[in-house]
Design a protein around this ligand. Structure first.
Ligand SMILES: Nc1nc2c(ncn2[C@@H]2O[C@H](COP(=O)(O)OP(=O)(O)OP(=O)(O)O)[C@@H](O)[C@H]2O)c(=O)[nH]1
Ligand SMILES: [Mg+2]
Length: 295
């Protein structure tokens, strides 16, 4: 199937008809009457797969509604019932990189985002891809922690984010384990789609984060990321969607090598960050910490 056009900013109507042979006919119409999608899909396809058909770059930006209810992403098309269905594109914040003078950067309060994941999950390359650095095939393990500092701007709010890549806690010196997570604002939960054990251990890492960071905002400012999208999968989509549903958080599949999906995952996280931490980075926000060494 070719690249489907994007759903418009407005509400688009969706019709789903069951066909013989375990198929469904799906038609998505923009308010203008333009056809966004007209396809026959397997009846067992999920809402998430439909979101991907409509927008490969930003499937999480779409939500399917039946009445007032947002449909779960793992819901199968064959189970939708007869209620009318529509799709909306969620509004997203405009966030851009920002380069402050050094002296200003020095007095800005650091915000902390942690990239959680097992060894070889693709954390370091994801961090590099977020920062626009080139991909490295080098499989050398990070010794515990890597970090980068980025400045970003949304409307009149400017923040300085320190993004840490951290693997299993056993890799961290004991004295670091608690202080490391302290005052984190949120996290990415990263696993490799091509390495099953990185997915299986993710729940433990997330519960560890929740133990160490009792702040509810930080626990909910998160994004689930599956790397190595370009390689053969060892993790089924249904399993990931179930975890995303359990965690109640957005999910993105990325290829760090080509950067496919990386901006989308990063913007999704920033979108949550700027929504949850309403006042951080506003002009009136007093810097709370003095300068800190940054990369
Ligand atoms: N093909 C492909 N290779 C990737 C991708 N992401 C990372 N890699 C490779 O996978 C290996 C592990 O990636 P890293 O980013 O170093 O993994 P990590 O999670 O930082 O690993 P530790 O530092 O050991 O905890 C490296 O050889 C990367 O080059 C991807 O999306 N696609
Ligand atoms: Mg690493």
């Amino acid at each position: 199937m070719g690249e489907a056009p994007h759903a418009s900013d407005n509400v688009s109507d969706v019709s789903v008809k069951l066909l013989p042979g375990q198929k469904v006919a799906v038609k998505v119409l923009h308010p203008s009457g333009e056809v966004a999608l007209d396809a026959e899909l397997a009846a067992s396809s999920t809402i998430w797969q439909l979101q991907n058909h409509l927008s490969k770059e930003s499937p999480n930006q779409l939500a399917f509604l039946q009445g007032e209810q947002v449909l779960a992403r793992h819901k199968k098309l064959q189970d939708l019932g007869v209620e009318p269905l529509c799709v909306v594109r969620k509004a997203r914040k405009l966030v851009s990189p920002w380069a402050p003078p050094q002296e200003m950067s020095n007095i800005m309060k650091l915000q902390k985002c942690i990239i959680l994941g097992e060894a070889f999950a693709g954390k370091t390359q994801f961090l590099r891809a977020i920062c626009g650095d080139s991909f490295s095939k080098d499989p050398s393990a990070s010794c515990g922690l890597d970090f980068r500092v980025l400045h970003v701007e949304h409307e009149d709010r400017k923040v300085k984010l320190k993004i840490w890549s951290a693997r299993g806690m056993e890799a961290l010196p004991a004295c670091f384990r608690t202080t490391f997570f302290e005052s984190a604002e949120g996290y990415f939960a990263v696993f490799s789609l091509a390495k099953r054990d990185t997915f299986e251990k993710l729940r433990d890492l997330v519960s560890h984060f929740n133990q160490e960071v009792p702040d509810e905002l930080a626990q909910h400012c998160r994004c689930l990321v599956g790397t190595h999208k370009d390689l053969a999968r060892e993790v089924r989509e249904e399993e990931v969607l179930q975890l995303a549903e359990e965690m109640q958080c957005p999910y993105h599949e990325v290829c760090n090598k080509s950067r496919e999906g990386v901006d989308d995952a990063w913007i999704t996280w920033l979108d949550q960050y700027f929504t949850m931490y309403e006042d951080v980075g506003a002009e009136t926000d007093e810097p709370a910490y003095p300068a800190e060494e940054s990369s």
